[in-house]
Design a protein around this ligand. Structure first.
Ligand code: FES
Length: 457
């Protein structure tokens, strides 16, 4: 199920790594984070090589809704309450700056990627939630974001209220990444199978760098870092609709209720296309399916003359405290860096990560790095989310022990039992979110390999 981005852009393929090379920085992963990090390092004269297990932007980057916004659900009220104004201001600044950095790069490289400034809205249809929206608008404004509470939107249903962030952005992610990738040394089909010191070994070659950057969506390295204990994955669904008869929607929208929907528009072949998203669930918990059907029913209700042109799903890493992990991979290994746990906010988080890691590699302090520091949790202080993730992991492992014979495979990451995703026809791991095709081929990590078929008696 190809995203509308994949249907409308092609990125030329690259060679595999077939030799041993030495460079200043090795970036693992050629999604938006890896490509931006490599680009920003090269801008500063740091020789950088990117190793990609599959294709450039072939992971979650091609499944995003490509909203470039500092509006990350009700994040600012939460950050103010949990972490205080200093950290909340860092988060707000990093994400507002990310929008400007996209604009700067697009301008500098003259990238035709349909970049447009748009307002972003958080909305609710429930009167009881107006106060939360007003609060969010208040804190976002205090933190320097152009935000306001409004009661009118372009949506095809009434809302109780909304928070409007002005001057945000949207674009075509593959047109953008394809252009900046032209300037970079990237090896595709070059999965890193082993890391020793600062040497990244692939099947046919090795890249050694003074700096190693994990930009792999979900780091597979178990020790150190323990990232598998720090986040879970969620899957959500999008349908792209030709809504040419409905010209009203122009901004980007997200409902704050758990069943809230996401909206953004784009142009394709002179037609107006709406990306309608929703149906989010923890990965491995969609055995009954019907997520696309739910979106189609909503499309029928709100845009009765619309026509579906594509549908797809995306997977996101959800961090314990809603803040990504960007910075040193572990206090035990100098010169390893990580960027993961972006929640559903991959575009601005990728840019913020590239900026923070660039400065770390250059030996400079980044003004917003503290809010993202992965070392903010001592392992002993891991709290409720840690416990929940562990329960899921143990649940999966237990099920495997009890009824493994009934299932086609066990997860190659840590052995949990896989669950069918009825909408995608794939197998998902409820523990940490690895996904496999019906034939056992790996789609998403942290597993690094396809699953082994179990021996039947
Ligand atoms: Fe960790 Fe499956 S993803 S056990």
């Amino acid at each position: 199920m190809e995203s509308v981005w994949k249907k409308t852009a092609e990125i030329p393929s690259r060679e595999k790594l077939k030799e041993n090379i030495h460079t200043k920085a090795v970036v693992i992963g050629a999604g938006m984070t890896g490509i931006l990090t490599a680009y920003m390092l090269q801008e500063q004269g740091v020789e950088t090589v990117v190793l990609e297990a599959g294709r450039i932007a072939g992971g979650q980057t091609c499944n995003t809704t490509a909203k470039i916004t500092s509006q990350h659900n009700l994040i600012y009220a939460y950050l103010m309450e949990k972490f205080g104004e200093e950290k909340a201001a860092m988060y707000a600044h990093a994400n507002q700056q990310a929008i400007e950095d996209y604009a700067r790069i697009i301008e500098k490289e003259k990238i035709a990627c349909d970049f447009q400034r748009k307002p972003a809205y958080l909305y609710s249809r429930e009167k009881e939630r107006i106060e939360e929206l007003e609060n969010e608008a208040k804190w976002a404004t205090l933190l320097g974001i152009p935000a306001e509470f409004v009661t009118e939107t372009e949506l095809p249903f009434p809302v109780a209220g909304a928070v409007r962030f002005a001057n945000q952005g949207q674009f075509h992610p593959l047109k953008f990444i394809g252009k900046i990738a032209e300037k970079l040394t990237i090896y595709e089909e070059s999965r890193v199978v082993r890391l020793k010191d600062n040497c990244a070994f692939t099947e046919h070659g090795m890249a050694e760098g003074e700096h190693v950057i994990f930009a792999v969506h979900y780091p597979w390295q178990i020790v150190p870092g323990y990232y598998f204990l720090r986040m879970h994955q969620e899957r959500s669904y999008v349908i792209a609709l030709d809504i040419s008869e409905w010209e009203k929607i122009d901004g980007m929208y997200l409902g704050i209720e758990p069943e809230g929907y996401s909206f953004r528009t784009m142009e394709k072949d002179g037609k107006r296309i709406l990306l309608l998203g929703g149906g989010s669930h923890r990965t491995g918990e969609n055995t009954s399916g019907e997520r696309y059907e739910l979106l189609r029913k909503k499309a029928e209700e709100w845009f009765p003359k619309s026509r579906e042109i594509a549908h797809w799903s995306a997977q996101d890493c959800m961090p314990m405290d809603k803040i990504p992990y960007i910075g040193y991979f572990s206090s035990e290994i100098p010169n390893w860096y990580v960027a993961t746990g972006f929640g559903k906010w991959g575009m601005t988080s990728a840019m913020a990560a590239a900026s923070v890691i660039r400065d770390m590699v250059l030996g400079k302090e980044h003004e917003d790095e503290k809010v993202y520091a992965p070392q903010r949790f001592p392992v002993s202080a891991l709290s409720k989310n840690f416990t929940e993730n562990t329960i899921q992991a143990v649940k999966g492992l237990t099920k495997q022990a009890v009824s493994a014979q009934e299932f086609p495979g066990k997860c190659t990451h840590m052995g949990c039992k896989l669950e069918k995703n009825a909408d995608e026809g794939t197998w998902e791991c409820p523990c940490h979110g690895s996904c496999f095709t019906n034939e056992g081929e790996l789609l998403h990590g942290p597993a690094q390999y396809g699953f082994e078929l179990l021996q039947k008696d």
